[in-house]
Write a protein that binds this ligand. Structure first.
Ligand code: SF4
Ligand code: SF4
Length: 272
């Protein structure tokens, strides 16, 4: 805990969840002098909007600053393309370009300019003569992109679950049909009177065999993708990839049932 507004600055053991307000009251704070409380360092820190915020596992420093210590930022002016930000960036990024893309919410360009390599050191904001809050822009852009990724992954997962359900229903239907066909073939062979029975239509065996081969290849591909992902990150769950593998397996079972059904119908037709 530091800052000119704190009467007893120092290192403290603090329980996670303690409110900043209660913590400052405990160590003593000069309310008249207090201008801003910052979590983190003076360059990389984030100003707190409310003192009711809690101490978290990542809270490493609290600065209770006076106005002289952390004066209010001057009004933001347009970027003059001076390049000062670029010359101080330790990650060798183009902060001014990132600034344009962040304001335009051009996420593809932000990623192409390696936004996620930014370590949020604050050097670019510090040297910017136009007082542009560059780091804040990058932080909110990163948050927006992460949120979008999560939403996209959720939508993909829902789509794969729907495809799995469709594949399961198709497989059940194909198996039902194959059983019906087998029963019919049994009845026909038992009956000596063939005139009352309608011969089953000749199915396109070739296209069904091709479909079965393609389904087998899809299962092998899904297995490989899952195995690769599991090898790369054994701790991570791969629910979505498992759903995709299960869908491919259902499709293969359905293709096999259809092929068996068609073979039975074909044999039945060829029987004397
Ligand atoms: S330091 Fe500020 S004004 Fe200069 S190029 Fe970077 S963003 Fe623009
Ligand atoms: S905050 Fe990011 S973009 Fe700015 S200087 Fe640091 S690493 Fe570079």
């Amino acid at each position: 805990l530091t800052g000119d507004a704190i009467t007893q600055p120092g290192n403290y053991w603090v329980r996670v969840g303690t409110s900043v307000d209660a913590l400052l009251a405990q160590v003593g704070v000069d309310d008249e002098q207090l201008h801003q409380v910052v979590v983190g360092g003076p360059m990389m820190g984030t100003p707190l909007k409310s003192l009711e915020a809690s101490v978290t596992k990542t809270t490493n420093c609290l600065i209770a600053a006076t106005k002289e210590e952390l004066p209010p930022a001057p009004a933001e002016a347009p970027c003059i393309r001076c390049g000062a930000c670029e010359s101080v960036c330790p990650a060798q990024l183009l902060p001014q370009q990132l600034h344009w893309y962040a304001r335009a919410e051009n996420d593809a360009a932000l990623e192409a300019h390696h936004l996620f390599d930014c370590i949020e050191c604050g050097a670019c904001s510090y040297v910017c003569p136009s007082a542009i809050p560059l780091v804040q822009d990058y932080r909110s852009s990163k948050q927006r992109i992460r949120h979008k990724r999560i939403e996209t992954a959720k939508a993909e997962h829902a789509k794969h679950r729907f495809e799995f359900r469709q594949a399961r229903l198709a497989r059940e239907e194909a198996e039902k049909k194959a059983r019906r066909q087998a029963r019919l073939a049994q009845q026909q062979s038992a009956s000596s009177d063939a005139t009352g029975t309608q011969a089953a239509p000749m199915a396109d065996l070739r296209s069904l065999r091709i479909a079965q081969t393609a389904a087998k290849a899809a299962v092998r591909k899904a297995e490989k993708v899952l195995a690769r992902a599991a090898a790369q990150d054994p701790q991570q769950r791969h629910d979505d990839l498992e759903t995709q593998l299960a869908t491919a397996q259902e499709n293969l079972k359905a293709a096999e049932a259809r092929l068996a059904d068609a073979r039975a119908a074909s044999e039945q037709k060829e029987a004397p």
